[in-house]
Design a binder for this molecule. Structure first.
Ligand code: NAD
Ligand code: TDX
Length: 328
Protein backbone atom coordinates (compact mmCIF):
# COMPACT_ATOMS: atom_id res chain seq x y z
CA UNK A 1 0.00 0.00 0.00
CA UNK A 2 1.24 3.48 -0.85
CA UNK A 3 1.89 5.56 2.24
CA UNK A 4 -0.40 8.56 2.82
CA UNK A 5 1.83 11.46 3.85
CA UNK A 6 1.23 14.98 5.15
CA UNK A 7 4.23 17.26 4.69
CA UNK A 8 4.18 20.68 6.39
CA UNK A 9 6.39 23.49 5.03
CA UNK A 10 6.86 21.81 1.66
CA UNK A 11 7.28 25.13 -0.17
CA UNK A 12 10.42 25.94 1.80
CA UNK A 13 14.00 24.86 1.29
CA UNK A 14 14.22 21.41 2.91
CA UNK A 15 10.51 20.58 2.59
CA UNK A 16 10.49 21.10 -1.19
CA UNK A 17 13.69 19.07 -1.57
CA UNK A 18 12.08 16.34 0.51
CA UNK A 19 8.96 16.21 -1.68
CA UNK A 20 11.15 16.12 -4.81
CA UNK A 21 13.02 13.21 -3.22
CA UNK A 22 9.75 11.37 -2.47
CA UNK A 23 8.30 11.93 -5.94
CA UNK A 24 11.49 10.60 -7.49
CA UNK A 25 12.13 7.61 -5.25
CA UNK A 26 8.81 6.46 -3.77
CA UNK A 27 5.12 5.93 -4.48
CA UNK A 28 3.93 7.93 -1.45
CA UNK A 29 0.71 9.91 -1.74
CA UNK A 30 1.61 13.44 -0.64
CA UNK A 31 -0.42 16.29 0.80
CA UNK A 32 1.70 19.43 1.19
CA UNK A 33 0.56 22.31 3.40
CA UNK A 34 2.38 25.61 3.60
CA UNK A 35 1.34 29.14 4.59
CA UNK A 36 3.60 30.60 1.84
CA UNK A 37 5.32 33.10 4.12
CA UNK A 38 8.23 35.11 2.71
CA UNK A 39 10.25 31.83 2.89
CA UNK A 40 7.70 29.65 1.13
CA UNK A 41 8.06 29.85 -2.61
CA UNK A 42 5.42 28.50 -5.02
CA UNK A 43 8.10 28.03 -7.69
CA UNK A 44 9.90 25.55 -5.40
CA UNK A 45 6.93 23.24 -6.04
CA UNK A 46 6.86 23.56 -9.81
CA UNK A 47 6.26 20.22 -11.47
CA UNK A 48 4.90 18.60 -8.30
CA UNK A 49 1.23 19.07 -9.22
CA UNK A 50 1.64 17.18 -12.47
CA UNK A 51 2.07 14.02 -10.43
CA UNK A 52 -1.22 12.35 -9.64
CA UNK A 53 -0.19 11.49 -6.09
CA UNK A 54 0.37 15.10 -4.96
CA UNK A 55 -1.88 17.91 -3.71
CA UNK A 56 -1.21 21.30 -2.10
CA UNK A 57 -3.16 23.46 0.38
CA UNK A 58 -2.14 26.96 1.35
CA UNK A 59 -2.75 26.52 5.05
CA UNK A 60 -1.23 28.10 8.13
CA UNK A 61 -0.55 25.48 10.81
CA UNK A 62 -1.47 28.00 13.49
CA UNK A 63 -5.01 28.19 12.06
CA UNK A 64 -6.94 25.32 13.64
CA UNK A 65 -10.00 25.83 11.45
CA UNK A 66 -8.04 25.85 8.21
CA UNK A 67 -6.15 22.76 9.35
CA UNK A 68 -9.40 20.81 9.64
CA UNK A 69 -9.95 20.75 5.83
CA UNK A 70 -6.59 19.04 5.38
CA UNK A 71 -7.58 16.17 7.63
CA UNK A 72 -10.20 14.76 5.28
CA UNK A 73 -8.29 11.49 5.58
CA UNK A 74 -6.12 9.71 8.09
CA UNK A 75 -2.42 10.10 7.37
CA UNK A 76 0.09 7.34 7.90
CA UNK A 77 2.76 9.91 8.65
CA UNK A 78 3.14 13.65 9.15
CA UNK A 79 6.60 15.02 8.34
CA UNK A 80 6.70 18.41 10.02
CA UNK A 81 9.09 20.98 8.52
CA UNK A 82 6.99 24.16 8.72
CA UNK A 83 8.72 26.73 10.88
CA UNK A 84 10.18 30.19 11.04
CA UNK A 85 13.81 29.25 10.44
CA UNK A 86 16.13 32.26 10.38
CA UNK A 87 18.08 33.09 13.55
CA UNK A 88 18.72 36.76 12.66
CA UNK A 89 14.99 37.39 12.16
CA UNK A 90 14.22 35.79 15.54
CA UNK A 91 16.65 38.22 17.18
CA UNK A 92 14.81 41.15 15.54
CA UNK A 93 11.37 39.89 16.56
CA UNK A 94 10.48 36.48 17.95
CA UNK A 95 6.65 36.74 17.78
CA UNK A 96 6.05 34.56 14.73
CA UNK A 97 8.70 32.09 15.88
CA UNK A 98 6.79 31.35 19.06
CA UNK A 99 3.43 31.22 17.31
CA UNK A 100 4.41 29.01 14.37
CA UNK A 101 7.11 26.87 15.91
CA UNK A 102 5.38 26.18 19.22
CA UNK A 103 1.61 26.66 18.73
CA UNK A 104 1.71 25.29 15.18
CA UNK A 105 3.45 22.13 16.36
CA UNK A 106 0.90 21.81 19.15
CA UNK A 107 -1.98 21.95 16.63
CA UNK A 108 -0.47 19.01 14.75
CA UNK A 109 0.00 17.05 17.96
CA UNK A 110 -3.70 17.58 18.68
CA UNK A 111 -4.50 15.97 15.32
CA UNK A 112 -2.49 12.90 16.28
CA UNK A 113 -4.37 12.79 19.54
CA UNK A 114 -7.63 12.82 17.56
CA UNK A 115 -6.36 9.79 15.64
CA UNK A 116 -5.98 11.77 12.38
CA UNK A 117 -2.42 10.58 11.82
CA UNK A 118 -0.57 7.45 12.86
CA UNK A 119 2.95 8.86 13.29
CA UNK A 120 4.81 12.17 13.18
CA UNK A 121 8.43 13.01 12.42
CA UNK A 122 9.20 16.37 13.98
CA UNK A 123 12.09 17.98 12.09
CA UNK A 124 14.26 19.83 14.57
CA UNK A 125 17.78 21.21 14.68
CA UNK A 126 21.16 20.80 16.36
CA UNK A 127 20.75 24.39 17.56
CA UNK A 128 18.54 23.18 20.42
CA UNK A 129 21.68 21.78 22.08
CA UNK A 130 23.30 25.22 22.31
CA UNK A 131 26.97 25.79 21.56
CA UNK A 132 30.20 23.75 21.83
CA UNK A 133 33.70 24.87 22.71
CA UNK A 134 36.56 23.90 20.45
CA UNK A 135 37.56 20.72 22.30
CA UNK A 136 34.07 19.47 23.30
CA UNK A 137 32.76 16.21 21.86
CA UNK A 138 30.07 16.48 19.19
CA UNK A 139 26.43 16.62 20.36
CA UNK A 140 24.86 13.22 21.04
CA UNK A 141 21.12 12.75 21.59
CA UNK A 142 21.81 12.76 25.36
CA UNK A 143 23.25 16.29 25.33
CA UNK A 144 21.10 18.67 27.39
CA UNK A 145 18.82 20.99 25.46
CA UNK A 146 20.12 24.53 26.08
CA UNK A 147 19.20 26.92 23.25
CA UNK A 148 20.82 30.35 23.02
CA UNK A 149 18.64 32.37 20.63
CA UNK A 150 14.88 32.87 20.23
CA UNK A 151 14.73 30.63 17.13
CA UNK A 152 16.45 27.70 18.81
CA UNK A 153 14.45 28.28 22.01
CA UNK A 154 11.22 28.03 20.01
CA UNK A 155 12.43 24.81 18.33
CA UNK A 156 13.53 23.38 21.68
CA UNK A 157 10.11 24.27 23.13
CA UNK A 158 8.43 22.39 20.28
CA UNK A 159 10.74 19.41 20.89
CA UNK A 160 9.74 19.36 24.56
CA UNK A 161 6.05 19.52 23.65
CA UNK A 162 6.53 16.59 21.26
CA UNK A 163 8.35 14.67 24.00
CA UNK A 164 5.55 15.42 26.46
CA UNK A 165 2.88 14.14 24.06
CA UNK A 166 4.86 10.93 23.70
CA UNK A 167 5.26 10.52 27.47
CA UNK A 168 1.69 11.50 28.34
CA UNK A 169 -0.31 9.98 25.49
CA UNK A 170 2.14 7.42 24.12
CA UNK A 171 1.76 8.88 20.63
CA UNK A 172 4.12 7.61 17.89
CA UNK A 173 6.38 10.65 17.70
CA UNK A 174 9.98 10.85 16.55
CA UNK A 175 12.32 13.85 16.63
CA UNK A 176 15.23 14.49 14.25
CA UNK A 177 17.95 17.05 14.97
CA UNK A 178 20.00 17.97 11.93
CA UNK A 179 23.01 20.20 11.43
CA UNK A 180 23.24 23.08 8.91
CA UNK A 181 21.85 22.17 5.48
CA UNK A 182 22.95 23.62 2.16
CA UNK A 183 21.82 22.95 -1.41
CA UNK A 184 19.45 24.13 -4.18
CA UNK A 185 16.40 26.24 -3.23
CA UNK A 186 17.87 27.58 0.03
CA UNK A 187 16.65 31.10 0.78
CA UNK A 188 19.35 33.74 0.04
CA UNK A 189 19.07 35.18 3.55
CA UNK A 190 21.04 32.09 4.67
CA UNK A 191 24.83 32.05 4.70
CA UNK A 192 25.94 29.96 1.70
CA UNK A 193 23.48 31.27 -0.94
CA UNK A 194 24.02 34.80 0.36
CA UNK A 195 27.79 34.49 -0.08
CA UNK A 196 27.33 33.18 -3.64
CA UNK A 197 24.88 35.94 -4.60
CA UNK A 198 27.05 38.73 -3.20
CA UNK A 199 30.19 37.26 -4.75
CA UNK A 200 28.79 37.01 -8.27
CA UNK A 201 27.50 40.57 -7.97
CA UNK A 202 30.83 41.85 -6.56
CA UNK A 203 29.03 42.95 -3.38
CA UNK A 204 30.70 42.89 0.04
CA UNK A 205 30.03 39.67 2.01
CA UNK A 206 29.22 40.29 5.68
CA UNK A 207 31.14 37.86 7.91
CA UNK A 208 29.97 38.00 11.51
CA UNK A 209 32.49 38.48 14.35
CA UNK A 210 35.91 36.88 13.79
CA UNK A 211 34.53 34.48 11.16
CA UNK A 212 35.73 31.47 13.13
CA UNK A 213 32.32 30.14 14.20
CA UNK A 214 31.96 26.53 13.13
CA UNK A 215 29.01 24.81 11.48
CA UNK A 216 28.67 21.11 10.52
CA UNK A 217 27.38 21.21 6.92
CA UNK A 218 25.13 18.53 5.38
CA UNK A 219 23.89 18.46 1.76
CA UNK A 220 20.10 18.76 1.73
CA UNK A 221 19.52 15.50 -0.20
CA UNK A 222 21.35 13.61 2.54
CA UNK A 223 19.04 15.22 5.09
CA UNK A 224 16.06 14.10 2.98
CA UNK A 225 17.27 10.49 2.84
CA UNK A 226 17.81 10.56 6.61
CA UNK A 227 14.26 11.76 7.23
CA UNK A 228 12.89 9.10 4.89
CA UNK A 229 14.83 6.50 6.88
CA UNK A 230 13.52 7.82 10.20
CA UNK A 231 9.99 8.05 8.82
CA UNK A 232 10.03 4.34 8.01
CA UNK A 233 12.26 2.88 10.70
CA UNK A 234 12.56 5.42 13.53
CA UNK A 235 11.28 4.27 16.91
CA UNK A 236 8.55 6.18 18.73
CA UNK A 237 9.85 8.39 21.53
CA UNK A 238 13.37 8.52 20.10
CA UNK A 239 15.55 11.42 18.99
CA UNK A 240 17.89 10.93 16.00
CA UNK A 241 20.78 13.30 15.28
CA UNK A 242 21.66 13.85 11.61
CA UNK A 243 24.94 15.43 10.54
CA UNK A 244 27.60 15.50 7.87
CA UNK A 245 30.67 15.25 10.12
CA UNK A 246 31.89 18.19 8.14
CA UNK A 247 32.90 21.02 10.44
CA UNK A 248 34.05 24.23 8.78
CA UNK A 249 34.66 27.78 9.98
CA UNK A 250 32.51 30.37 8.23
CA UNK A 251 35.69 32.01 6.94
CA UNK A 252 36.83 28.77 5.29
CA UNK A 253 33.41 28.29 3.66
CA UNK A 254 33.62 31.78 2.14
CA UNK A 255 37.17 31.15 0.93
CA UNK A 256 36.05 27.93 -0.80
CA UNK A 257 33.18 29.74 -2.55
CA UNK A 258 35.29 32.72 -3.64
CA UNK A 259 38.00 30.38 -4.88
CA UNK A 260 35.51 28.34 -6.96
CA UNK A 261 34.05 31.53 -8.44
CA UNK A 262 37.50 33.04 -9.09
CA UNK A 263 36.75 36.03 -6.87
CA UNK A 264 39.00 37.91 -4.47
CA UNK A 265 38.92 37.48 -0.69
CA UNK A 266 38.77 41.29 -0.56
CA UNK A 267 34.99 40.92 -0.93
CA UNK A 268 34.85 39.75 2.72
CA UNK A 269 33.69 42.42 5.14
CA UNK A 270 34.01 41.68 8.88
CA UNK A 271 30.88 43.03 10.59
CA UNK A 272 29.50 43.19 14.14
CA UNK A 273 28.86 39.74 15.52
CA UNK A 274 25.37 38.20 15.73
CA UNK A 275 24.00 38.55 19.28
CA UNK A 276 24.30 35.29 21.21
CA UNK A 277 26.20 33.77 18.25
CA UNK A 278 26.74 30.04 18.89
CA UNK A 279 30.43 29.29 18.49
CA UNK A 280 30.39 25.73 17.26
CA UNK A 281 27.94 23.01 16.25
CA UNK A 282 29.05 19.42 15.66
CA UNK A 283 26.75 16.44 15.41
CA UNK A 284 27.40 12.84 16.39
CA UNK A 285 25.21 10.76 14.03
CA UNK A 286 26.28 7.32 15.25
CA UNK A 287 22.78 6.42 16.41
CA UNK A 288 21.02 6.84 13.04
CA UNK A 289 23.99 5.20 11.28
CA UNK A 290 24.26 2.12 13.47
CA UNK A 291 20.58 1.62 14.38
CA UNK A 292 18.88 2.66 11.13
CA UNK A 293 21.66 2.20 8.56
CA UNK A 294 21.66 5.76 7.18
CA UNK A 295 24.77 7.47 5.83
CA UNK A 296 25.40 10.70 3.90
CA UNK A 297 26.44 10.31 0.24
CA UNK A 298 27.63 13.75 -0.82
CA UNK A 299 31.06 15.19 -0.03
CA UNK A 300 31.14 18.86 0.91
CA UNK A 301 33.29 19.60 -2.13
CA UNK A 302 30.76 18.05 -4.52
CA UNK A 303 27.68 19.43 -2.75
CA UNK A 304 29.14 22.92 -2.56
CA UNK A 305 29.98 23.00 -6.29
CA UNK A 306 26.45 21.83 -7.11
CA UNK A 307 24.99 24.49 -4.80
CA UNK A 308 27.12 27.30 -6.19
CA UNK A 309 26.28 26.29 -9.78
CA UNK A 310 22.57 26.12 -8.93
CA UNK A 311 22.63 29.61 -7.44
CA UNK A 312 24.59 31.02 -10.40
CA UNK A 313 22.17 29.42 -12.89
CA UNK A 314 19.04 30.45 -10.98
CA UNK A 315 19.71 34.13 -10.40
CA UNK A 316 16.10 35.02 -11.25
CA UNK A 317 14.83 32.68 -8.55
CA UNK A 318 17.30 34.17 -6.03
CA UNK A 319 16.35 37.75 -6.90
CA UNK A 320 12.64 36.98 -6.66
CA UNK A 321 13.22 35.46 -3.20
CA UNK A 322 15.13 38.56 -2.11
CA UNK A 323 12.34 40.84 -3.40
CA UNK A 324 9.65 38.83 -1.61
CA UNK A 325 11.61 39.23 1.62
CA UNK A 326 12.32 42.96 1.13
CA UNK A 327 16.03 42.14 1.04
CA UNK A 328 16.86 43.35 -2.48
P1 NAD B 1 12.45 27.52 5.30
O1 NAD B 1 12.33 28.81 6.04
O2 NAD B 1 13.15 27.52 3.98
O3 NAD B 1 11.01 26.89 5.05
C1 NAD B 1 10.01 26.93 6.03
C2 NAD B 1 8.66 26.72 5.33
O4 NAD B 1 7.64 26.71 6.34
C3 NAD B 1 8.30 27.82 4.33
O5 NAD B 1 7.83 27.26 3.12
C4 NAD B 1 7.20 28.61 5.03
O6 NAD B 1 6.26 29.21 4.14
C5 NAD B 1 6.56 27.52 5.89
N1 NAD B 1 5.85 28.08 7.06
C6 NAD B 1 6.32 29.01 7.93
N2 NAD B 1 5.36 29.28 8.85
C7 NAD B 1 4.29 28.50 8.55
C8 NAD B 1 3.01 28.32 9.12
N3 NAD B 1 2.62 29.04 10.20
N4 NAD B 1 2.16 27.43 8.57
C9 NAD B 1 2.53 26.70 7.47
N5 NAD B 1 3.73 26.86 6.86
C10 NAD B 1 4.60 27.74 7.40
O7 NAD B 1 13.14 26.52 6.33
P2 NAD B 1 14.06 25.24 6.07
O8 NAD B 1 15.47 25.67 6.11
O9 NAD B 1 13.53 24.51 4.91
O10 NAD B 1 13.77 24.42 7.41
C11 NAD B 1 12.73 23.46 7.48
C12 NAD B 1 12.73 22.81 8.86
O11 NAD B 1 13.98 22.19 9.09
C13 NAD B 1 12.53 23.81 9.99
O12 NAD B 1 11.70 23.20 10.96
C14 NAD B 1 13.94 24.03 10.55
O13 NAD B 1 13.89 24.34 11.91
C15 NAD B 1 14.55 22.67 10.31
N6 NAD B 1 16.02 22.64 10.13
C16 NAD B 1 16.61 23.44 9.21
C17 NAD B 1 17.99 23.37 9.02
C18 NAD B 1 18.71 24.21 8.00
O14 NAD B 1 19.93 24.22 7.97
N7 NAD B 1 18.01 24.93 7.13
C19 NAD B 1 18.75 22.48 9.80
C20 NAD B 1 18.09 21.67 10.74
C21 NAD B 1 16.73 21.77 10.89
O1 TDX C 1 25.44 37.16 6.53
C1 TDX C 1 25.81 36.25 7.30
N1 TDX C 1 27.08 36.24 7.78
C2 TDX C 1 27.56 35.29 8.63
O2 TDX C 1 28.73 35.34 9.05
C3 TDX C 1 24.92 35.18 7.70
C4 TDX C 1 23.49 35.14 7.19
C5 TDX C 1 25.41 34.22 8.54
N2 TDX C 1 26.68 34.27 9.02
C6 TDX C 1 27.15 33.20 9.91
C7 TDX C 1 26.27 32.92 11.10
C8 TDX C 1 26.44 31.44 11.32
O3 TDX C 1 27.60 31.20 12.12
O4 TDX C 1 27.12 31.99 9.14
C9 TDX C 1 26.69 30.88 9.93
C10 TDX C 1 25.44 30.26 9.30
O5 TDX C 1 24.40 31.20 9.42
P1 TDX C 1 22.89 30.88 8.95
O6 TDX C 1 22.88 30.48 7.52
O7 TDX C 1 22.02 32.02 9.39
O8 TDX C 1 22.60 29.54 9.76
P2 TDX C 1 22.54 29.20 11.33
O9 TDX C 1 22.32 30.41 12.14
O10 TDX C 1 23.73 28.36 11.65
O11 TDX C 1 21.20 28.30 11.37
C11 TDX C 1 20.93 27.35 10.33
O12 TDX C 1 21.24 26.04 10.76
C12 TDX C 1 20.39 25.48 11.74
C13 TDX C 1 19.47 27.41 9.87
O13 TDX C 1 19.18 28.72 9.43
C14 TDX C 1 18.55 26.95 10.95
O14 TDX C 1 17.22 26.94 10.48
C15 TDX C 1 18.95 25.56 11.36
O15 TDX C 1 18.16 25.13 12.42
Amino acid sequence: MNQELLVTGGAGFIGSNFIRYLLKNTNCRITNIDALTYAGNPSNMSGFASKGNYRFFQVDITDKVALTQVFDRTYDIIVHFAAESHVDRSIENADTFLITNINGTHNLLEKLLEGKAKKMVHVSTDEVYGSLNQHDSAFTEEHPVSPNNPYSASKASADLLVRSFYQTFNLPLVITRCSNNYGPYQHPEKFIPKVVYNAINNKQIPLYGDGLNIRDWLFVEDHCSAIYTVMNHGKAGEVYNIGGSNEMTNKDVIHSILNYLGKSNDLISYVTDRKGHDRRYAINSNKIKTQLGWKPNTSFEKGLKQTIDWNVNNKTWVEAALRRSDLS
